[in-house]
Design a protein around this ligand. Structure first.
Ligand SMILES: NC(=O)c1ccc[n+]([C@@H]2O[C@H](COP(=O)([O-])OP(=O)(O)OC[C@H]3O[C@@H](n4cnc5c(N)ncnc54)[C@H](O)[C@@H]3O)[C@@H](O)[C@H]2O)c1
Ligand SMILES: [Zn+2]
Length: 348
């Protein structure tokens, strides 16, 4: 197994990546009383692999559980079970469970301990690392949340065996993101190895997951709370993506794929990167069966969503754009009208 440190001061901890880790969870998790939170699909698929003697708290699968009501039910349940400050919430599932259980851990008793056991590809390469937790509000995704670092993250690549292929492909979009924002060589590796990764080749999965976790850990170590702009690079494709996700009902990763293709074309139109690079990126995402175009939806509604996104500042939309594959930056000078015109063109 590989151990990668996330250096966040006193909350520094390790992410362990390997095969068969779930069976060893008892030994690998910090000691103490543990409260396992999962969703019913994950539990049915993977619960028997988890080497913990526990009675899990199961929430319904799906983004709707990441809501005020879902949080209320989970928090009341944990309080009813007598959870204490020193106890550990173990989030065992995809990004939904990680965000919901993580946020509950952040606020219960003003913060209880947390461990992440991500079971979806998206959660393994992205959401389980970095300490962001949140639920959704009527006004947008992830608007109510907290930074709450886990004490341990265990990434068992075997858990992916039961993940539906569409979820796997959606998670793959976040892998490509790391190449696009900061590592052109890794993007080349993705082009050569995505088929093996999707088909289940363990070495390809581990290499991709470890590369992404290292990249995310390095970014989080520099900018844990997204105050200097470095961490904002991880939002590449996400301002377009969150709007598409909400308007067209795509999976998060699918919407991010379309968002990244859009961000590349937008960058190319501004003369920041070449059209050839934008096409190369779209071709790779399409080869992985991910969307690269706007789904049928109203461009004006998309722009409204983008404005509501938590990253909107002073009426201007900060957007992560690219100078090349592997070279992203935060642009703060983009007028809404320019984005509106771009979305109109993309919609036709
Ligand atoms: N906190 C962060 O930094 C961060 C980053 C990115 C995304 N997110 C959040 O993550 C969520 C998306 O995560 P997701 O794509 O993992 O969604 P998800 O947790 O809803 O999982 C997708 C589906 O796969 C199922 N599943 C998960 N693992 C499985 C397994 N091993 N076997 C069988 N089925 C399995 C789940 O039951 C669910 O039906 C969104 O809410 C998004 O906002 C958070
Ligand atoms: Zn994402």
């Amino acid at each position: 197994m590989t151990r990668i440190e996330v250096k966040v001061g006193q909350r520094s901890h390790f992410v362990t990546v390997g095969a068969g880790l779930l069976q060893q969870a008892d030994a690998l998790l910090p000691p103490g009383r543990r409260f396992v939170v999962s969703d019913s699909l994950v539990w049915d698929a993977q619960g028997d692999r988890l080497g913990l003697d526990c009675d899990p708290i199961l929430v319904p699968p799906g983004e709707l559980s990441k809501s005020w009501e879902g949080l209320r039910l989970l928090a009341e349940r944990l309080i009813g079970l007598g959870i204490e400050r020193g106890d550990l919430v173990v989030a065992f599932g995809g990004g939904m469970v990680g965000d919901l259980a993580g946020f509950a851990a952040a606020i219960l008793k003003r913060g209880v301990r947390l461990a992440q056991l991500p079971t979806s590809l998206l959660a393994q390469v992205d959401s389980s690392v970095g300490g962001k937790t949140a639920i959704n509000a009527a006004g947008g995704k992830n608007l109510i949340g907290a930074f709450h670092q886990p004490e341990a993250v265990l990434i068992d690549v075997d858990a992916l065996d039961t993940l539906p292929e569409a979820e796997l492909r959606a998670g793959y979009a976040e892998i490509v993101k790391y190449g696009l924002i900061g590592d052109a060589n890794f993007f080349g590796w993705c082009e050569a190895n995505s088929a093996a990764l999707v088909a289940g080749e363990a070495a390809a999965r581990r290499r991709a997951i470890e590369t992404c976790v290292r990249a995310k850990a390095a970014i989080v170590a520099q900018d844990e709370r997204e105050t200097h702009g470095v961490r904002a690079l991880l939002n590449f494709g996400h301002t377009f993506g969150h709007a598409i996700e909400a308007e067209a009902g795509l999976r998060h990763g699918e919407a991010v794929a379309a968002g990244m293709a859009l961000a590349f074309r937008f960058s190319a139109e501004r003369g920041l990167c070449t059209r050839g690079e934008a096409e190369r990126v779209a071709a790779h995402l399409a080869a992985a069966c991910l969307p690269t175009r706007l789904p049928a939806c109203d461009p004006a509604a998309l722009l409204r969503r983008m404005r509501q996104d938590k990253k909107a500042e002073d009426g201007r939309l900060p957007l992560v754009l690219v100078r090349a594959i592997g070279s992203a930056f935060v642009a703060r000078d983009i007028e809404e009208a320019e984005i509106a015109a771009f979305l109109e063109r993309e919609a036709h």
